[in-house]
Design a protein around this ligand. Sequence first.
Ligand code: ZN
Length: 318
Amino acid sequence: MAAPSASAPLLRSHPHRRSLFPSSPCHRPAAASLFGLPPRKPASSRGLSYTTVRSSSTTSPSAPVEEAAAAPSGDADKERVVLPTNESSDRLLRIRHTCAHVMAMAVQKLFPNSKVTIGPWIDNGFYYDFDMEPLTDKDLKKIKKEMDRIIRRNLPLVRQEVSREEAQKRIEVLNEPYKLEILESIKEEPFAIYHIGEEWWDLCAGPHVESTGKINGKAVELESVAGAYWRGDEKNQMLQRIYGTAWENEDQLKAYIHFKEEAKRRDHRRLGQDLDLFSVQEDAGGGLVFWHPKGAIIRHILEDSWKQIHLQHGYHLL
Ligand SMILES: [Zn+2]
């Protein structure tokens, strides 16, 4: 038998024993799948399903930890909401993509000197990067209001194909240097342009909804703004990235927000502080955990129990 190395597992199973934790055929989708990790679900599944508690959906993310424990747990209080994904719903994908353009149009209406760059759909929504002055939360509210106006006007999204020369000419008229750079990096011709009504257009291959009115403004929210370097390179210009979330209907948005709040309340970094379990000191390194007495005893109990269970099932400690 080979000598154990530093990287050998602490526990090793008896060669003739079955795995202690066989994979269960009825496991529920991982919560993390709602936040971008590939969902582990059968191919026939149309979306992600989880249970949301309606009665506490307005709870603030900063609510004390005790409230999470006190949340109703009876099935009668729960309602199942299936959240579609970009993969399971073509309509949702189109909504999110269109939202990115609608947001860019709104930003340029409110901030005429802003320059557009890229705006893809992402898990749970969309974002768009702008070269402009730093934005505040108040600005986000104004931008959302302008988006609602554009949505209410039910402007058609019209696709047009143009040559490289034509696209370049039109972008130069608008004085959009980033778009020009994007155009240069695209090899295929002709280029697709999408117009929103007759006031605004963007270089894009689609797909989108037929008109802005197909977006439910109450199912869209602007979530945050962050700095992002053009093309992810710190030597480039710092841009303003606005993140938004968009869903097919209000119920889906509510369920998503509720889930996000619950995830925040269960964030181990927050619980570690609130319950005086551990702390992380940036001076020592972000990944180094300093156990406090309460946390250390919990850790000891868990590890002890984990070892006991393994020993009971015929594993050896190594
Ligand atoms: Zn698009």
